[in-house]
Design a protein around this ligand. Structure first.
Ligand SMILES: *Cc1c(COP(=O)(O)O)cnc(C)c1O
Length: 399
């Protein structure tokens, strides 16, 4: 079989063929796990040759990876038309912090969405602040009007669409257009959709960040982050990661690549099951808003329809007349839904979430408490039965 040129193929094919170059896989399907800190050279001339160029895809030193990591990175790059390369990090948070460190310097200002993943916020408010970088927050529904917030010091925008906990869908193309006209670099936390449902670079994003821990790995057993960018920022991103000593183990890269092969079918099932659950919840008398980008309740729903190729399995809903205690009783009564943070796996999860305390540029006005659901790959009928039973319990504890 010849090496694949996945560039022109459909995304479902790309996740199957991506990165599986013959010189990396050998005679087997998956690239083997190459464990190694020391890379051995044939002779001194070969050693000196290695120092001359700093490229991926060649042995140099353990931190620069092996065919196991190169193959995964190449597969992720192929999912983003226009990309120059992908760096891998030991977690999604490392991917976010290292991308920001690659583009910011003391005196700069960064704009972040008010719906940011909380660790992104705390990195900006604590770590970046200490470096003399100012963080300001914007309304996730701001669109092109973000230009009104630009100051001469504004250097970067960190978007997240849909937003964490509350799922507002942002007008990413409009924000990127305004930023690009002002020479501001755009970064997107694309964990919810992945490049499979939202090829970010095509939408104008400079630096696309994914917590691969979630859907790429897909089995709740590996932590990893990935950042894909085009030619303008690639060298800087890569050098910063090298300078900070970022590396992922070949064992983890192997598992992430294995997860990636089934991304298309998993995401489609997560999408179908989560939609079924969201529509069912919307009909329940106990439920207020259903914050699922494919439902009209969700702020930015029209933008989701315009820009996304699909929806994944994570969304929130409001218990209209609930409080903290009855919400806890509801969640505790669920049997198929685990209680935990890290989503994107095959198992369903339920989590109490409270966006109010994470806001500074906007206010979260909704009265009822929110429950965030990760819809896994169990049969949706069983999940619905579980939710129905938990609602019965919820009524029994309501005064
Ligand atoms: C989980 C998550 C991250 C962080 O990923 P980790 O691998 O857990 O560090 C970043 N962004 C979003 C939106 C996430 O949900």
């Amino acid at each position: 079989m010849a090496d694949h040129d996945s560039g022109s193929k459909k995304p479902a094919t790309q996740v199957v063929t991506g990165g599986r170059r013959k010189n990396w896989t050998g005679a087997v399907v998956n690239p083997p796990v190459w464990r190694g800190s020391t890379h051995l050279y044939d002779d001194v001339a070969h050693l000196r040759e290695g120092l001359k160029s700093n490229d991926d895809g060649r042995f140099f030193y353990g931190r620069r990876g092996s065919p196991t990591q190169w193959s995964l990175a190449a597969a992720l790059t192929e999912m983003e038309p226009g990309a120059a390369g992908t760096m891998l990090y030991p977690s999604g948070v490392a991917a976010i912090s290292c991308s920001l460190l690659a583009v910011l310097k003391p005196g700069d200002e960064i704009l972040l969405t008010d719906s940011s993943y909380d660790p992104s916020r705390s990195f900006a408010d604590a770590f970046l602040k200490r470096m003399g970088i100012t963080a300001r927050y914007y309304d996730p529904l701001i669109g092109a009007e973000i230009a009104d917030l630009f100051s001469p010091a504004t250097r970067a925008i960190l978007m997240e669409s849909p937003g964490s906990l509350t799922f507002e869908v942002q007008d990413v193309p409009a924000i990127c257009e305004a930023a690009s006209a002002a020479g501001i670099v755009t970064l997107l936390d694309n964990t919810w959709a992945t490049s499979h449902f939202f090829p970010a670079l095509e939408k104008g994003v400079d630096i696309a960040i994914t917590a691969a821990t979630k859907y790429i790995v897909g089995h709740s057993d590996v932590m990893m982050g990935a950042v894909t960018t085009h030619g303008k920022y690639w060298t800087r991103l890569r050098r910063t990661a090298q300078q900070l000593g970022q590396v992922v183990s070949p064992d983890d890269a192997y598992l992430a690549a294995r997860g990636l092969r089934t991304l298309d079918v998993r995401l489609r099932q997560h999408e179908a099951s989560a939609l079924k659950m969201a529509h069912w919840l919307k009909e329940r008398p106990e439920v207020g808003l259903v914050l699922h980008p494919a439902l009209p309740d969700c702020p930015g729903h029209d933008i989701w329809k315009r820009d996304f190729k699909g929806a994944s399995g994570l969304f929130s809903f409001e218990l209209a007349d609930g409080d903290d205690q009855t919400r806890a009783a509801f969640i505790d009564a669920l049997e198929l839904f685990g209680i935990g943070y890290s989503w994107g796996g095959f198992e369903s999860l339920a989590l109490p979430v409270d966006p109010k305390k994470h806001r500074t540029a906007t206010q979260w006005q909704q009265k009822g408490p929110l429950v965030r659901l990760n819809i896994g790959l169990e049969h949706p009928d069983d999940l619905i039965a579980d939710l129905a039973k938990a609602f019965e319990h919820y009524h029994s504890v309501q005064s």
